[in-house]
Design a protein around this ligand. Structure first.
Ligand code: FE2
Ligand code: FE2
Length: 504
């Protein structure tokens, strides 16, 4: 029912706040209520909030009145005249978390089957009906087809023929599987495909008995090419950070102090610093314990609770006005498999009250601008799988994520995957901002209306990274003007804070 409701709102171009969805699901007639919600809100309203559901459930009220908070709707475009001055967009709206909390998990195998089914169905919905995928058929029907047909499949295995270097893909959908050939030196043959992603294939099927279907074109779910970036319609700025690694001997105290000075307005561009409302920290908040061999040599704080206590102390240095959103990474004290839940309550106690702790990944709106925040562990699987990809250029990998509409499809690699019935690593909806960390480098780019940020680190190079040949680009942060989507790089790595223009 959950997916049903999300799909229903999606078909009406609405994004549902996580709490709103929970309330709807608890109601006796979730679909009926959802329909009433859509009917009673202005057609250009973007969000369905908890308050809107409560109003409808408790009071049966019409939602076109002044109580309504309508995010992302422009006053002039609203036929019901809901004015922005009456209804400012909520500052922070949690839309969804990748992790699905369940009281009792079924056996892992069943959960994984469900997870792959949910991935396939979600991406199938995005791909079906495209003009480039004519004569769409389930795999089991291909046997009787000659000529052109299309399928939507999950890639199980990708290999090259020894003799001619063509690609052979083992593919499957819910009805069956098989192998197809992608000729080299064709646009399809030049794509970097990764296992377990879902694609549409336009096939040519010959009349020979022992034929192998030939792939004429590959269609990824992708983001619409004509999509334009949604902006906040009130002035608001967000600062993006990642990978603090508090507790590591290599935590960069002085650059951090420079960042705090900048935020207080003591550095360059106090106008910019004082305009910031939100801080998002994309995981690896602390260095953790036992994350890699001999890590204890690199630790300045050897106790996990003390590491979070120190994190709390550092976060209290951030000006009071800031809304702080944190998610865990692979160094944090939650299960390392992804999606990850938010930090446990015991650890939240040592953090300031104003910290909003969300799971990894999570999708939320800041003043109406949709952000998907993901730590980025899947880089460890995607980078080796894609020729030419590197930790130095994380935003190239993030573009591929958007094309696949998935943060990390590869199963069985370095990133452990949480067995749960819903695929929590999908990119749906396409956000205005996709932010990652983990690579310990800094990158800003844009792809089809999505701003891509890799938010650096506050840990200097460690021995372990030297061994793995990773050169960090630390002590950088990105400030995004949510009303214009202009990004400004803040560099605290030198003796003085440097505030750059848009590095995109
Ligand atoms: Fe990290
Ligand atoms: Fe990490």
């Amino acid at each position: 029912m959950r997916d049903h409701l999300v799909a229903f709102f999606e078909s009406h171009h609405r994004l549902v706040e996580a709490d709103a969805l929970r309330l709807l699901l608890e109601s006796p007639e979730p679909l009926l209520l959802s329909r009433r919600l859509v009917e009673s809100t202005p057609p250009d309203a973007t969000f369905v909030t908890r308050e809107m559901v409560e109003l409808l459930v408790v009071h049966g009220a019409s939602l076109s009145g002044a109580h309504l908070r309508v995010a992302g709707s422009s006053p002039s475009a609203s036929p019901l005249g809901v004015a922005r001055s009456i209804a400012p967009p909520p500052m922070f709206t949690l839309l969804s978390e990748g992790f699905v909390p369940t009281a009792r998990r079924r056996n892992a195998l069943e959960e994984y089957e469900e997870l792959f089914r949910s991935r396939y169905r979600a991406l199938h919905r995005m791909l079906r009906g495209r003009p480039d995928l004519p004569n769409l058929r389930p795999m089991k029907e291909l046997a009787g087809v000659h000529g052109t047909a299309s399928v939507i499949v999950m890639l199980r295995e990708i290999r090259r023929t020894a003799a001619k270097g063509h690609l052979i893909l083992s593919v499957e959908d819910e009805t069956g599987g098989g192998e197809v050939l992608v000729p080299r030196d064709t646009p399809a043959g030049r794509l970097s495909l990764v296992p377990d992603e879902v694609v549409g294939l336009r096939l040519y099927l010959g009349r020979e008995k022992k034929r192998i279907a030939r792939v004429e074109a590959i269609e990824r779910p992708d983001v619409a090419s004509n999509r334009s970036m949604r902006r906040a319609d009130s002035p608001s700025h967000a600062l993006f950070l990642s990978d603090l690694h508090i507790g590591s001997k290599s935590f960069m105290t002085e650059p951090w102090d420079r960042l705090m000075g900048f935020l207080r307005g003591d550095g360059p561009r106090p106008d910019l610093a004082l305009a910031i409302d939100h801080v998002v920290i994309a995981g690896d908040l602390v260095d953790g314990i036992g994350i890699y061999p001999n890590q204890e040599r690199d630790l300045g704080i050897g106790d996990i609770v003390e590491q979070y206590t120190e994190l709390g102390r550092r976060l209290r240095e951030l000006p009071e006005r800031l809304n702080i959103v944190v998610l865990p990474g692979n160094h944090d004290a939650v299960a390392p498999s992804e999606p990850q839940p938010s930090l446990p309550k015991e650890l939240l106690k040592v953090l300031p009250d104003r910290v909003r702790s969300v799971g990894n990944p999570s999708t939320f709106a800041l003043n109406g601008v949709v952000v998907q925040a993901y730590h980025g562990r899947s880089f460890d699987d995607l980078i080796p799988a894609i020729p030419g990809a590197s930790y130095e250029r994380p935003t190239d990998v993030m573009k591929l994520m958007l094309k696949m509409r998935h943060l990390g499809p590869i199963y069985g690699g370095r990133m452990p995957v949480t067995p749960q019935s819903r695929d929590g690593l999908l990119i749906d909806p396409a956000p205005e901002i996709l932010v990652t960390g983990h690579a310990h480098t800094f990158g800003v780019d844009e792809y089809r209306g999505t701003l891509l940020l890799n938010a650096s680190t506050w840990q200097a190079e460690t021995e372990y990274q030297r061994m793995r040949n990773i050169t960090p680009v630390p002590a950088r942060a990105a400030v995004v003007d949510l009303a214009s989507m202009v990004t400004t790089a803040i560099d605290c790595s030198g003796d003085e804070t440097a505030v750059g223009g848009s590095p995109a």
